[in-house]
Design a binder for this molecule. Structure first.
Ligand code: 9MG
Length: 276
């Protein structure tokens, strides 16, 4: 299975790819404004790359439940200078975490190779046109509702079946909009319009998504369902985040999106070795 993101290529099976999170948002749910200026964000990103992150996911709009939407200009002002600086290092694979086609286009022009789209349930195709034209990698994530509404009352008859159906339907739709299947990875969207039980079921069922024959990206790092299950506040969620990453590796998921890169690499490499 191959994932193509502009000039970059990932061939699976191979060791799990770790995507490091670089938040440039002042209200980010876990960084809390720590990486507000460009220098600090770039330094943080380079540290994650040194620790072994193969992809850096740069975001300028918080996706925490209930987080306010930000304007296009504000998002551009946050992410583009960071991407421009990191793009001077061609070995880095840069991903833009955005729901806005205009931001995705500007980020690609600045050097991003991947669009991480938490709003892949969109009704307008503009984002897919941007991705198709650039030959960018595309993370197609499932979300019920929007970050503003998603945790109001998430409901599913069977969350795994609904997410599977979403993946099949989106892959067909993406292809009609010129996005090649090799550009796409799929993501069940842990925490996006899901209760604790939905999140646990999706994680338990990760290997059931292998039928779509596309790489699977999982993001569970420091998420609030960990607190709901275990009572752990935000800065005490590393052990449970590592357990989720190791589990995802054992279940055959290919990419893990995390804050704590060095620790995650150690956990998933051990899990992969034991599962072999
Ligand atoms: C931006 N963002 C926050 N959580 C995420 C997740 O689980 N997956 C992806 N693709 N993006 C996420």
């Amino acid at each position: 299975m191959r994932w193509i993101a502009r000039e970059h290529q990932f061939d699976f099976p191979r060791p799990m790819v770790v995507m490091g999170i670089v938040n440039t948002t002042p209200d980010s749910f876990s960084d809390g404004g720590q990486f507000l200026d460009v220098d600090a964000a770039v330094t943080h990103a380079l540290r994650l790359a040194n620790e072994g992150a193969e992809i850096l996911d740069i975001g300028g709009e918080s996706t925490r439940p209930g987080a306010p939407a930000v304007s296009e200009q504000e998002e551009l002002d946050r992410v583009i200078p960071v991407i421009q600086r990191l793009a001077k290092r061609p070995e880095l694979v840069l991903s833009i975490d955005t729901q806005k086609p205009s931001v995705a286009r500007a980020a690609i022009d600045a050097g991003a190779a991947i669009v991480n789209d938490i709003a892949a349930n969109r009704s307008k195709p503009e984002m897919w046109q941007v991705v198709a034209e650039a030959g960018a990698g595309y993370v197609c994530m499932h979300m019920q509702g929007t970050p503003q509404t998603m945790q109001t009352k998430p409901e599913y008859e069977n969350v795994t079946d609904e997410v599977s159906g979403f993946f099949e339907e989106r892959l067909a739709l993406l292809s009609t909009h010129g996005v090649s299947i090799e550009q796409v990875v799929l993501d069940p969207g842990i925490g996006f319009g899901k209760t604790l039980q939905h999140n646990i079921k999706l994680l338990r069922d990760l290997n059931k998504f292998s039928f779509v024959e596309r790489p699977m990206l999982v993001g569970a790092s420091r998420k609030s369902f960990i607190e709901k299950l275990l009572g752990a506040p935000i800065h005490e969620r590393l052990p449970a985040s590592l357990a989720c990453a190791a589990w995802a590796a054992i279940q055959g998921s290919q990419i893990i999106r995390v804050h704590d890169v060095a620790e995650t690499i150690q956990a998933v490499r051990m899990a992969e070795t034991l599962a072999r």
